[in-house]
Design a binder for this molecule. Structure first.
Ligand SMILES: Cc1ncc(COP(=O)(O)O)c(C=O)c1O
Length: 445
């Protein structure tokens, strides 16, 4: 619950100095949406309203807000050891967290590299892919393949392999030697699909075209989100991920799944790789790793990748990469407590059990004014609106604002709204959220 101090602090009227990320700064500051507390599946707005957090923050608070075991673990840690380097030093809990992640990762993915954000995890994985090929004597494999409309964070690597045009256009040439698969949204054939859409397997075969164009010997890695999240929830077409795996295997290309959103139960299994039965060479994870409590991310990789680097004189650094805050003690404490909570409360299983209820609720929006698609998988769902003439994204923004004012916080991506509630949500609360959203859609022209 918000304390008097936090409410008072939130009363500041000078919003100007904070250049807000991924925000329409001027319209926000003209009519701010300030949050001063969080509890369970709710945010508490500055005006005291309880608002459903239908997005688990930014797809990260999978176990719900301000969970006591996590809060207390972080409190204990900050009193015991606030910071410890992991360059040429180590603290035991960091090794424990790596082991715990390994236990829930697909078989063989037995090595973990820590960073602080999804963006850092992605750039780390891309660098490891290139360095790994070099360590094996294939230093010419430097090309990276992403996908149109993919989101891989905001580092130069992630922006380069990312495919959301508005995220790229202001930043010049980005990395050279990058190509993109086509995106997988197909409204003509797949609108209102439940789960994995039927059509679109052929889109994975486009990787063969790209390999043919550049020659396999120049390509280091393919990176995709198993379910494209930030663009507005694109579940993979049936068989698509498996086909990518086959093509990568055929050509000696590493396959990276960006599981920053899909990891830690979001698709009804520990990871999307488990849910879809396809094991990548590396996975990037973040968000749900610490339930969003402390920034942290991890690249999880096949042991063989780690082993390849373990050559040369044993006193020399094997990979010249890392962050001051890799495996920060507070992040590690939050991570361990979060994984305990997921296990003790069976939250991945709960996510799977709630998914059909969530699916029905999202699809109840079909038939409402301007709704042209509804998509879902696991505890991720989206509704897409026809754009208003001359103002793409405006209708989505208007519905998003109405939802916030009516008691639901969700994510807007252009004319799409995305939903990803914490897994502790009750069935009745899912119903309430989508009634509020439906009313907002009806009110918006
Ligand atoms: C798939 C994916 N990769 C990377 C990122 C970047 O994570 P961060 O914002 O923690 O840098 C995100 C963030 O939403 C994401 O969804």
């Amino acid at each position: 619950m918000p304390t008097a101090a936090s409410l008072a602090h939130a009363d500041t009227n000078n919003l100007e100095p904070f250049f807000m990320p991924f925000t329409a700064n001027r319209s926000f500051k003209a009519d701010p949406r300030l949050i001063v507390g969080a509890e369970g599946v709710h945010y508490i707005a500055r005006d005291g309203r309880r608002v459903f957090d239908a997005s688990a923050g930014l797809w990260c608070v999978n176990a719900g807000h301000c969970r006591k075991p996590i809060v207390e673990a972080v409190q204990r840690q900050v009193e015991t050891m606030d910071f410890a380097p992991t360059f040429q030093m180590g603290h035991p809990a960091a090794f424990e967290l790596a082991s715990r992640i390994m236990q829930i990762a697909p078989p063989g993915m037995d090595s973990v590299f820590f960073a602080n954000s999804g963006s850092e995890a992605v750039d780390t994985a891309l660098k490891i892919a290139i360095a790994w090929h070099r360590a094996r004597g294939e230093g010419q494999r430097t090309r990276l393949i992403g996908r149109e409309r993919g989101y891989h964070g905001v580092g130069f690597g992630g922006t380069s392999v990312g495919g959301i045009k508005n995220n790229r256009k202001a930043f010049g040439m980005l990395l050279p030697g990058v190509d993109h698969l086509p995106h997988t949204l197909d409204l003509a054939d797949n609108a209102f699909s439940r789960g994995e859409p039927e059509h679109g397997l052929h889109l994975a075969d486009q990787l063969e075209r790209i390999v043919d164009l550049h020659d396999a010997s120049t390509i280091a890695a393919v990176i995709v989100e198993p379910v494209a999240g930030s663009i507005g929830v694109y579940p993979p077409p049936k068989g698509y991920l498996k086909r990518l795996r086959e093509i990568c295997d055929r050509h000696g290309i590493l396959l990276i799944f960006d599981e920053v959103i899909t990891g830690f139960g979001r698709v009804g299994a520990a990871f999307a790789s488990e849910r879809f039965g396809v094991t990548p060479d590396m996975m990037t994870t973040a968000k749900g790793l610490t339930n969003g409590t402390v920034p942290a991310s991890a690249v999880v990789m096949q042991k063989e990748i780690y082993d390849t680097f373990m050559t040369g004189p044993d006193w020399m650094v094997e990979l010249t990469h890392g962050y001051t805050y890799s495996a920060h003690p507070l992040a590690v404490a939050a991570g361990l407590a979060t994984l305990d909570l997921y296990r003790d409360e069976g939250l991945f299983e709960r996510s799977a059990a709630l998914s059909p209820v969530f699916e029905d609720a999202v699809h109840s929006l079909k038939g409402l004014p301007n709704v042209i698609d509804v998509r879902n998988i696991g505890m991720m769902g989206a509704v897409e609106f026809a754009p208003r003439g001359g103002e793409p994204g405006r209708r989505g923004y208007d519905v998003f604002l109405d939802c916030w004012q009516s008691g639901v916080y969700c994510r807007q991506a252009g004319d799409t709204l995305a939903f990803s509630p914490p897994f502790i949500i009750e069935e009745g609360e899912i119903g309430q959220i989508f009634e509020i959203v439906a009313d907002a859609i009806r009110r918006t022209d």
